[in-house]
Write a new protein. Sequence first.
Length: 68
Amino acid sequence: MALRADELHEDLLYRRYLRALSRYGEPEEPQPSPGHSIRHCPTCGAHTMFRLDPEGMWAECMRCGHYA
Ligand SMILES: [Zn+2]
């Protein structure tokens, strides 16, 4: 019953994946690169990537282009 064993194995991998997800969170959260940060935009309401201006005082929302 090789097929049944494979199915069991896949099920185990899937459960490990789900457990890892709940432990480490969703992998979809992008890691900010230098000069970027993830913020909550007060203008469009998105929790998204912001690009910091050269002075680092303001950040531009990558979704709507507003500064915050
Ligand atoms: Zn925005």
